[in-house]
Design a protein around this ligand. Structure first.
Ligand code: BGC
Length: 571
């Protein structure tokens, strides 16, 4: 790659802060030099060797860093029709189709509706600072609207929120995590613009009811997943297979619904309640297949725009879709002989209404894809064919229990830098990050420990070395739960749940122990023995030892006994 090409790439992506530095701290001076360099030099990151990428960075996160853990209502609560709860589209889907392994459903799931104290116990034991959970809309409004209010549902969330506050755990509440009240699907769900007001009224109720204690609101979880899987591919409920139009119509409504809820909070509640509100957007990192080929770099940028920018650009930039989407979808629509683009457009008034409707940037991240340009087919019309890029798995990365979710930790650092540059240095919360292991994995989940060690360290590099404003990290998830289309075949939990036991007993895995320590240390401070070794002249042996620190040592592995001991002594 010539210098000119590197410069072009950096200007295009404004990736001046991305660099992979040699983070082995030989002494302080060396570290300072490396950090200064990173402010000006970027291309190392793009050209870094696999060895470099695996180097480890010691350090801690800023004071007050929000260490959290997540769940969502349908995945854990069960009690699908308890105490007046109305059905959601996920209840209907799982109870009437057989596409999920073992015909699994969330009827009981982790039974959190009846086991709230056990959930609180785990959270206390972990000493998390925040708990991200979602409200089941149809538990609160069984038919989706205020007139059907179910007080028992409200009571459940009041108990949960009070329990968290009593233990200094900040509730981070998602208003909508995919489980739309079935009754609203009968009026076409998110394909209908009527949903904007209906959603707003539900949010308004939640702000008024819980907002005295909830200071962190997330309107919608992963609108891109809702739009594409729910209304394009149709593999998730409401199973609408309309790939050319559905996703764009639905995204348009979701963006407006989010913006309206934001303004309601802003106008009616912010002053008295003083919280913040955002939306959780999903983003894989898209790495160009070849950074020296312009077309591949542009394709990777387009991949970022089609997944993340679709929502982030209107909300965080100018109220409108990214140019890449407007151009691609407009152009394809024209060649398809359509009178107008399948991508709807916002009026000027709508743009002004949407722009700036998030106080912080919340991103869910699981993996990285290698992206290259293709010229996709024209027919049938589809969001997927509008992309003109293809995705492949990263070769040199460990696999997980979900085939297309490889462990590519360095992608998180690049993603965070991209967000910083693209959206003007927002405060970033990683609101989901986690890895699937086989359901059989009980407490010995060293693969998950490896995952967290590597990913959190990349977030640390982004914060410490690159100057990205990373404010919080949320591990996914609190416990094994109903994993949507994967049923109970895989688990993301830091706690194992015995789904064959009516008590749904919960047991901390090795990763719970490990995460507890990260939280306690606020990151990865340099261990004392490493400090000592660094005061000695650097020998090849010392350096090797430091470089090897990504390998999980068996000595750190808690015995079953110590795992249980930790368990029996919560905060
Ligand atoms: C969802 C989570 C889920 C995770 C793993 C994310 O896209 O938001 O609810 O647990 O994927 O399946």
């Amino acid at each position: 790659m010539s210098n000119k090409e590197i410069l072009w790439y950096l200007l295009k992506k404004k990736h001046i802060n991305i660099t992979l530095v040699n983070t082995v701290k030989i002494d302080n001076t060396a570290l300072i030099k490396v950090e200064e360099l990173s402010k000006n030099v970027g291309p190392q990151s793009m050209l870094s060797s696999n060895f470099d990428r695996k180097m480890y960075h010691y350090g801690t996160f800023p004071e007050g860093f929000s260490w959290g853990i997540s769940s969502s209502a349908y995945q854990i609560e069960g009690g699908w029709n308890a105490d007046g709860k109305g059905p959601s589209i996920w209840d209907t889907f799982t109870q009437t189709t057989n596409t999920i392994p073992d015909n699994a459903n969330g009827n009981v799931a982790c039974d959190s509706y009846n086991r709230l104290n056990e959930d609180l116990y785990m959270l206390r034991a972990l000493r998390v600072k925040s708990y991200r959970f979602s409200l089941s809309w149809s538990r609160i409004f069984p038919d989706g609207t205020r007139k059907s209010l179910n007080q028992k549902g409200v009571d459940y969330y009041n108990r949960l929120i009070d329990g968290l506050i009593a233990h200094n755990i900040e509730p981070m509440v998602t208003l909508y995590h995919w489980d739309l009240p079935e009754a609203l699907q009968k009026v076409n769900g998110w394909e209908s613009a009527e949903m904007i007001d209906i959603f707003n009224d539900y949010c308004d109720f939640c702000f008024a009811t819980f907002g005295d204690r909830v200071k962190f609101w997330i309107t919608i979880n992963q609108p891109q997943t809702i739009a594409w899987s729910g209304y394009g591919l149709g593999n998730m409920p409401p199973n609408v297979k309309d790939p050319g139009y559905g996703p764009y119509i639905v995204a348009h409504n979701l963006i407006k619904a989010h913006a309206k809820a934001y303004h309601t909070y802003d106008d009616k509640y912010r002053q008295s309640q003083g919280g913040l509100i955002s939306i959780a957007l999903n983003a894989d990192w898209a790495e160009p297949k070849d950074v020296s080929v312009r077309r591949e770099v542009v394709a990777a940028d387009r991949a970022m725009q089609f997944q993340l920018g679709w929502f982030a650009h209107p909300i965080f930039k100018n109220g409108d879709y990214p140019d890449a989407l407007k151009w691609q979808v407009g152009n394809k629509s024209e060649i398809q002989g359509l009178p107008q683009s399948r991508l709807p457009s916002f009026t000027e008034e709508e743009k002004n209404f949407i722009k700036g409707t998030a106080d912080v940037f919340c991103v869910n991240h699981y993996t990285t894809k290698i992206v290259s340009h293709v010229t996709a087919r024209l027919s049938p019309a589809s969001y997927e064919y509008d992309w003109d890029f293809k995705e492949e798995e990263e070769n040199d990365s460990p696999t997980t229990a979900i085939p297309n979710q490889k462990v590519v930790a360095w992608g998180l650092r690049r993603l965070l830098n991209w967000i910083k540059e693209e959206y003007g240095d927002p405060e970033i919360y990683i609101t989901e990050n986690g890895v699937a292991t086989e359901a059989q994995t009980t407490w010995d989940d060293s693969a998950r420990v490896f995952f967290y060690k590597a990913y959190i360290d990349e977030a640390l590099k982004a914060y410490k070395v690159d100057g990205v404003t990373v404010k919080g990290y949320t591990a996914t998830s609190l416990m094994d739960s109903f994993e949507w289309l994967n049923g109970y075949n895989v688990g993301f939990g830091l706690h194992h749940v015995d789904f064959s036991n009516p008590n749904r007993s919960r047991t901390p895995k090795y990763s719970a122990h490990f995460y507890y320590n990260i939280i306690k240390d606020n990151g990865f401070p340099l261990p004392d023995d490493e400090k000592q070794s660094l005061t000695k002249p650097s020998t090849t042996k010392n350096i090797k030892r430091l470089q090897m620190c990504l390998f999980v040592s068996r000595d750190q592995f808690p015995t079953r006994y110590s795992a249980l001991r930790y368990w029996s002594q919560p905060a």
